[in-house]
Design a protein around this ligand. Structure first.
Ligand SMILES: [Zn+2]
Length: 423
């Protein structure tokens, strides 16, 4: 299962910020210039902070800040990747500021000059000033201007398209709160296919595949949505879900996912190679909406998505396929143990994780969920997963929340299991 093992290697890991900061909404206007690898943007941020705070810190990557405007802004400075904004009015806990910036991002937003593509991947603060902390969920609105001969997808729902002088302005609105790392967009000269899955429009995009090939590659998607709805007890509540085959990365965003361009060929060769499609889709529940409170509990996002892709394979292709997936997860874990790099799933420090650390979260984590399933028994396990998922949908979670939800639903004490395998 090599495909699964190589996928999640390129990610930046921003530090968690001051948890007193609570952004409620970002409104971004941005116009990337792809052949120059350049962006300029204006972001309006509505946020609340602790009453006594006299400054607020946002993540701003390598962006150059041109202007910060707000009723109580008394000054600002960039220190490394942080944008520190001084506030004069201490009593005021609700704030609105507007930040103008520009830059030539080298990560977070990747430009492919040759093909005229650009797509965001993971580190949102490299292309938009924001709070990178996963705990801080907010609404997101995006006005994206691109050349009219290209197409795009972005987080949220497309609400408007306005043409102007060979360009197209796209407006997207995300009607639910999610962490900043789930915001993004992809722009390119894509071939397209679409289909309807019980009222959800599925869009499949890719430059190097025909429309028919895209349909073949992603044909499991409607069945996967039904499967995750059934396992979580929560309906997919957006009007569309888009998958883009582009570049070298895999990442889930709100309402869409990017998948490595070459991966499509793997699925065309073997229709059961759908783990990455189901993994990223599973994040629309576990990750984007039920989100780890901080990176310490990141396994709740990634182990769940990895395990769910095996569970879908069991449902769709049979027990053997599931066992093969679990076997491959276990083998990764076994190798980590051999190297004496085993660690608990709940990490103390995610500031600089090694490849083994990441694999622990994804693959040991998924293997442990398989063991948990064995410990609880199928019926209890799936009922508990549904209870946990419905209970925490739209919220942030810690490992203890997961444990309590499983125990409350099943009546089974899991203290020993969690101590042994998770803590
Ligand atoms: Zn993932």
């Amino acid at each position: 299962m090599l495909a699964v093992l190589v996928l999640f290697t390129i990610r930046a890991w921003p530090n968690a910020l001051d948890t007193e900061l609570d952004v409620t909404c970002y409104k971004l206007t941005i116009a990337p210039i792809i052949d120059q690898g350049y962006i300029s943007g204006t972001v309006l941020i509505d946020f609340q902070i602790n009453k006594n705070a006299n400054s607020v810190v946002f993540n701003a990557g390598n962006l150059v800040i041109d202007k910060v405007v707000g009723e109580h802004v008394s000054g600002y400075r960039k220190m490394g990747a942080d944008l520190i904004i001084d506030l004069s009015q201490r009593e005021k806990t609700k704030n609105e500021i507007v930040i103008e910036y520009h830059g030539n991002p080298k990560k977070g937003l990747l430009f492919d000059n040759k093909n005229g593509d650009a797509y965001t991947v993971y580190a949102t603060s490299q292309w938009m000033v924001c709070n990178d902390s996963p705990e801080d969920k907010a609404l997101f609105e995006l006005d994206l201007t691109i050349p009219s001969d290209k197409s795009c997808v972005a987080s949220g729902e497309l609400v408007q398209m306005i043409p102007e002088n060979g360009k197209m302005h796209y407006s997207y609105q995300q009607n639910y709160e999610s962490p900043a790392y789930t915001y993004g967009f992809a722009i390119g000269n894509y071939n397209k296919a679409k289909e309807d899955a019980k009222g959800v429009q599925l869009n499949y995009l890719g430059r190097n595949y025909s429309s028919d090939q895209l349909k073949t590659i992603f044909k499991e998607t409607p069945a996967m949505i039904s499967f995750f709805e059934e396992k979580s007890g929560v309906k997919y509540d957006q009007s569309a879900y888009t998958q883009v085959l582009v570049g070298n990365h895999y990442q889930e965003m709100s309402g869409y996912s990017i998948l490595k361009d070459g991966y499509g060929n793997l699925v065309l060769k073997d229709v059961t190679e759908t783990n990455l499609i189901s993994h990223e889709l599973a994040h629309q529940w576990w990750g984007n909406r039920i989100t780890c409170k901080n990176w310490k509990h990141f396994w709740l996002n990634e182990a769940m998505a990895t395990f769910m892709s095996a569970a879908y394979n069991e449902h769709r292709f049979g027990k053997e396929k599931y066992q093969a997936d679990i076997g491959s997860y276990y083998n990764v874990y076994k190798e980590i143990k051999k190297r004496r790099n085993d660690k608990p799933l709940v990490f103390d420090d995610w500031s600089n994780p090694s490849q083994d650390d990441r694999n622990i979260v994804y693959f040991k984590g998924a293997y442990v969920l398989h063991l948990l399933r064995g410990e609880m028994g199928d019926e209890n396990f799936w009922r508990a997963i549904k209870f946990y998922s419905s209970e925490y949908f739209g919220k942030s979670v810690k490992t203890v929340d997961f444990q309590r939800a499983l125990e409350a639903s099943s009546g089974i004490q899991l203290e020993d299991f969690f101590n042994k395998w998770i803590y």
